[in-house]
Design a protein around this ligand. Structure first.
Ligand SMILES: [Ca+2]
Ligand SMILES: [Ca+2]
Length: 207
């Protein structure tokens, strides 16, 4: 009997540790835009006349044309080493093998969303240019033992050309992450709920 209970508990713990949550966001509130930007983002507007699903999506342009502008469309905080985080979004592109095109990418941050803590890489494929398409990537979290590196910020990246600043559209962002992680979209206030606890843990490391 004891052995049976132990086995059951181990099974429960194993499945508990691997429990995942999946959340989506599609700009249907008609108000929210993004969690932040980097580089030459021109417009970033919640529009009601073009969408993958529903009636709203995020419309973006690059202005002026330079570098690789990024619009932050999701943020996953309170991560642990080895966590797997899968994110996808739908983007509209009707120019195959030519600008404008987009990619899904990410970088690490601290508990403050705009505090950059290094690239996390992403999917090397550009949007195929066949209309609406889904771009996705799975990141395996590597915190490098750095207590300031705790979250993953998802970038919508724009690849424009002179005279071709867009338009870009993003809709239906889906995030799958461990239950313990905290997932934020454009309509959320990006504040980590257990920040004080985390800071306590960080301080403890330096004792
Ligand atoms: Ca939508
Ligand atoms: Ca294209």
């Amino acid at each position: 009997m004891k052995l049976m209970i132990t086995i059951l508990m181990l099974a429960f713990c194993a499945s508990g540790a691997m429990a995942q949550q999946t959340l989506t966001y599609g700009w249907e509130d008609g108000i929210a835009t993004h969690l932040g930007i980097y580089g030459n983002v021109g417009d970033a507007i919640n529009v009601d006349d073009f969408a993958h699903t529903g009636t709203h999506s995020l419309y973006m342009t690059e202005d002026p044309i330079d570098g690789t502008p990024q619009v932050f469309v999701a943020w996953i905080a309170a991560l642990q080493d080895g966590d797997e985080v899968t994110v996808s979004f739908w983007t509209y592109d009707d120019t195959p093998d030519a600008a404008p095109s987009s990619r899904i990418w990410a970088h690490y941050t601290s508990n403050a969303i705009l505090d950059y803590q290094g690239s996390a890489g992403g999917n090397g494929d550009y949007s195929p240019g066949t209309g609406w398409s889904e771009q996705s990537f799975t990141w395996t979290v590597d915190l490098l033992g750095d207590p300031d590196r705790t979250a993953l910020c998802i970038e919508f990246r724009m690849y424009s050309a002179v005279g071709l600043p867009g338009p870009y559209y993003c809709d239906d962002v889906t995030v799958t992450a461990p239950d313990e992680a905290q997932i934020f979209f454009a309509d959320d206030d990006p504040v980590v709920a257990n920040e004080e606890t985390t800071f306590g843990g960080v301080k403890a490391l330096y004792r």
